[in-house]
Ligand binder design. Sequence first.
Ligand SMILES: NC(=O)c1ccc[n+]([C@@H]2O[C@H](COP(=O)([O-])OP(=O)(O)OC[C@H]3O[C@@H](n4cnc5c(N)ncnc54)[C@H](OP(=O)(O)O)[C@@H]3O)[C@@H](O)[C@H]2O)c1
Length: 346
Amino acid sequence: MSKTKVGIINVTGYAGVELARLLYQHPQVELTSVTGRSAAGQKLGKVSPHLASIDLTIEAELGDVDLAFSAMPHKESAKEVIPLLNHDIKVVDISADFRLKNAAEYQSWYGFTHSAPQLLEQAVYGLTELYRSQVASAQLVANPGCYPTGAILALAPAVKEDLIEPDIIIDSKSGVSGAGRTLSLGTHYSEVNEDVSAYALEGHRHLPEIIQELKLLRPQQLPSVTFVPHLIPMTRGILTTCYASLTPGKVAAGKKGEEEVRQLYLDLYKDEPFIKVVEFPPHTKHTWGNNLCLIHPAIDHRTGRLIVISCIDNLVKGAAGQAIQNMNLMLGFPEVTGLEALAIYP
Ligand SMILES: NC(=O)c1ccc[n+]([C@@H]2O[C@H](COP(=O)([O-])OP(=O)(O)OC[C@H]3O[C@@H](n4cnc5c(N)ncnc54)[C@H](OP(=O)(O)O)[C@@H]3O)[C@@H](O)[C@H]2O)c1
């Protein structure tokens, strides 16, 4: 049986190379075309030696494919994606360009006027666990941001089941690859090594995405969310810790309540191939290089707060892996195809 042809727009960034690495192992698709502005005309294996087994030349324009991934920066991505949609090509966009439903939010959070607001309704938000059936029939999937993936999956059961008050704190720690490959002072080795810092206290661009999705999970209540991201000296991974007060009377006191919450998470995620509700606080190393999201709910009995910890690899479940999970559904393949690798440890 012939394989489905897929392509990557912008294979030179971190999300792009991770897509190429994962697609190489996929048994039902063939990566036939990759583009890259600064590297057009060069062999992929020369630009990214770890991908030398993939015999492709980086092109300026995408070739003939059935499905394309865009790993372009925001604002630039839409310009690439729109012509593909007009040619009936399926697209998974890893940028933020189609994630927000309200076009006005692009101006306030990203500083540009959206060029195709009519597509925002059509685009399916690609958090697979929440939108599985819509993803399967979508032409355009907006792959979620890395921070929102870990935060929304951690909070979804609690918000959906009205387990917590809508005043939520999300504290996330990300490895430096989350900031991409483009050079900046803040991500230099000597700035980041042996350093931990919070940033974007005035509001990170992933906040509207988190609020949009939490609102949809429980439309009766407007969530009030404080989200503080941190940069930590590691390459990959995001550890997110969410805090919110338990809704009075919703769960039993003491250990019994904690067991009830854990059971609720286990029940809601029982059929999810890439979510594991774990018994102990997870480590980012437990998801290094794979598509899992590990989640650990707990209760702070002294304050009556729910604490939920999640971890993902920002480049896999937070980007390329989730994009392939969505592609599998869009092309009618089993959802886990090509994504069953275990984490690399230590
Ligand atoms: N990194 C993550 O963990 C992560 C997770 C989820 C989503 N994403 C999203 O994925 C996309 C790519 O992120 P990344 O982390 O891979 O970024 P990156 O490593 O910084 O790569 C960005 C790439 O874009 C190219 N580029 C920059 N401006 C361009 C322009 N105007 N036109 C054409 N190419 C341009 C650069 O290549 P040249 O200058 O060499 O052409 C560079 O290779 C972004 O939208 C990001 O938000 C990233």
